[in-house]
Write a protein that binds this ligand. Structure first.
Ligand SMILES: [Zn+2]
Length: 242
């Protein structure tokens, strides 16, 4: 049994028995964790944080070899990110990012780049919510790349030959580009222009959003929503933000 200190972003919080809570959180060093905070509902003053979703905290936890539910012995609020609550759309965008991270990440696989990505995204959103659609498009694109879930946009998903961008069709139901010969596999696949693909590649590689045309951002947002709906096992409650 070991004792660890780590910074975390709370993804979800559930009541546990009469007095306690269980939190799902993303940590800087240990990846996604589940932690039990005993007595938090009965004696909130015992801890220096209410462990609300979308807040950044420093916790001390015991790891047990028998369970993936760790016992959290201390929690201190580092950043409440209060500004995320300023309006409904900002709140929904933040909730969507957290929901997606909670859905796609496996427990206890260290993901320091994804922790930083989520923390940066929530921080940027709290400072300036006007670019929230671009922030979300960047977050989703970069997250999918970091976990290896990204759409296949270099080679045809039907025959694996490389596709000239000018002749490619983006198929939602096939998860990437189809070449001219394979287009019949999904007649609903739409042609895609080089600018769109270039923007996606740049966003996937970048630690920060890149300024681009609003119409392109809206297009990417719709395509990524459709891709997530196809790719994820369960639908996200927070999908379809406009
Ligand atoms: Zn093909």
């Amino acid at each position: 049994m070991g004792l660890h200190t780590t910074d975390i972003i709370v993804l979800r919080k559930y009541p546990f028995r009469e007095t306690s809570v269980v939190v799902s959180c993303l940590s800087d060093r240990f990846g996604k964790l589940k932690g039990l905070v005993k007595g938090l509902r009965q004696q909130p003053n015992r801890y220096h944080s209410a462990m609300e979703p979308l807040t950044v905290n420093r916790i001390v936890f015991y790891d047990t070899l028998t369970s993936s539910l760790h016992l959290v012995s201390q929690c201190d609020l580092l950043d409440p990110l209060d500004s995320l609550q300023r309006d409904l759309e900002t709140m929904r965008t933040a909730a969507h990012c957290v929901d997606l991270a909670d859905t796609v990440l496996a427990l206890e696989e260290p993901q320091p780049l994804i922790y930083q990505l989520l923390r940066d995204t929530l921080g940027r959103l709290s400072l300036d919510p006007s670019g929230r659609v671009l922030l979300r498009v960047h977050f989703v694109t970069r997250l999918l790349r970091l976990i290896g879930f990204q759409p296949q946009l270099d080679t045809c998903v039907g025959c694996e030959t490389s596709v000239e961008v000018e002749e490619g069709f983006w198929s939602v139901s096939e998860g990437g580009l189809l070449c001219v010969r394979c287009h019949s596999q999904d007649p609903r696949a739409e042609s895609v222009n080089p600018e769109t693909l270039k923007a996606l590649k740049l966003l996937a590689q970048s630690d920060a959003p890149i300024a681009m045309d609003d119409s392109l951002v809206q297009l990417l947002s719709r395509r990524l929503d459709a891709f997530l709906q196809w790719r994820l096992d369960r639908p996200l409650k927070t999908l379809s933000i406009r």
